[in-house]
Design a protein around this ligand. Structure first.
Ligand SMILES: [Zn+2]
Length: 321
């Protein structure tokens, strides 16, 4: 099976050509998510044409196109339901018509954390494990789960993916989702600048000289011994660990896979979360294994094959009726 895939991140759009569970060609575009999605889709189509040409293929020779997108998704209608401040026109677009017109392909689309879970479940760190949860530590906090071999979607497509919007701190910060005290509002890349500037020691920290304040800088300066960076690191590790226990209590996984760009600091993050889970998760059957992604940026790209098979099997058609 040959699929094309696009994974829309906060800063990058990752594109891939996938053959039988392996990404054989890839390309990365700047997300420019303050622009309309319609404009970025022209660049996506051009890059996908180029990926195919490099492999001696026409797009129509592929079996389909898969989008992994950081939002709530109507998978049946191939619609993005909310834009959360990124690509403001996303929910107005008829993406299946676009895919058919520009590439001649059937489109499947799902939430990006759910796509990463499918990739890890089928080909990566969760292979062979039918009780699995994923946290993606990126611009926001994505989550998803498989329970007894069934991908968790729910009646409105929301089940499993709102783990970053579980209430972590009663009376905490307002979140973009409308809730208060969400994990994402307490420790995520999009909140990091505000979190840092609220601290009295921030003006005296080397973090205040960083042109981009991200978790790479936090972990780097924390390792150097900066007190502000250490406090932000430890606070974030605590929030992510509590989120991990919440997911374990909600979904009963045997493995929890951590994905996303922040996992560049895996040697610090993994043992911290595993230790907290060992001490606080109520799992009488044994210990949940906390694992790093085995696939990195490829995880969400690899979901297309599974999503296309699911669509065929359940007769969910993204073709216009
Ligand atoms: Zn929220």
């Amino acid at each position: 099976m040959i699929t094309l895939a696009a994974d829309f991140g906060g800063r990058r759009i990752k594109l891939g050509l996938v053959r039988d569970g392996r990404v054989t060609a890839r390309q990365v575009l700047a997300a420019d998510s303050d622009q309309p999605l319609a404009a970025r889709l022209d660049a996506v189509a051009a890059s996908l044409h180029m990926l195919c040409a490099d492999q001696g293929l026409a797009p129509r020779e592929c079996d389909g196109l898969a989008f992994a997108y950081p939002s709530l998704i109507d998978t049946r209608q191939c619609r993005i339901l909310d834009h959360f401040g990124k690509f403001g026109d996303a929910s107005d677009l008829d993406l299946r018509a676009w895919a058919r017109e520009k590439l001649g392909l059937t489109l499947v689309i799902d939430n990006d954390a759910r796509a990463a879970l499918i990739g890890e479940w089928q080909f990566g760190a969760g292979r062979g494990c039918d009780n699995l949860a994923v946290i993606t530590l990126g611009t926001g906090l994505g989550t998803s789960a498989v329970i007894e071999g069934r991908l968790l979607r729910g009646g409105h497509g929301q089940a499993g993916i709102l783990g970053g919007h579980l209430t972590i701190r009663y009376g905490g910060r307002p979140c973009v989702c409308g809730n208060i005290g969400c994990a994402e509002a307490e420790a995520s890349t999009w909140m990091l600048d505000k979190l840092a500037r609220e601290r009295n020691d921030f003006p005296h920290s080397p973090l205040s000289h960083e042109s981009v304040l991200d978790y790479a800088a936090i972990f780097r300066w924390a390792a150097e011994g900066d007190a502000c960076a250490r406090a932000l690191r430890d606070h974030s590790l605590h929030i992510w660990s509590v989120t991990a226990v919440n997911l374990i209590h909600a979904y009963d996984p045997e493995k929890l896979v951590l994905c996303g760009g922040i996992m560049a600091s895996a040697p610090v993050i993994l043992p911290a979360i595993q230790d907290y889970v060992n001490r606080h998760a109520h799992t009488l059957w044994g210990r949940v294994e906390v694992l790093p992604s085995a696939l990195g940026d490829d995880a969400a790209l690899l979901a297309g094959e599974w999503l296309l098979r699911e669509q065929t099997a359940s007769n969910i058609s993204c073709e216009e009726t």
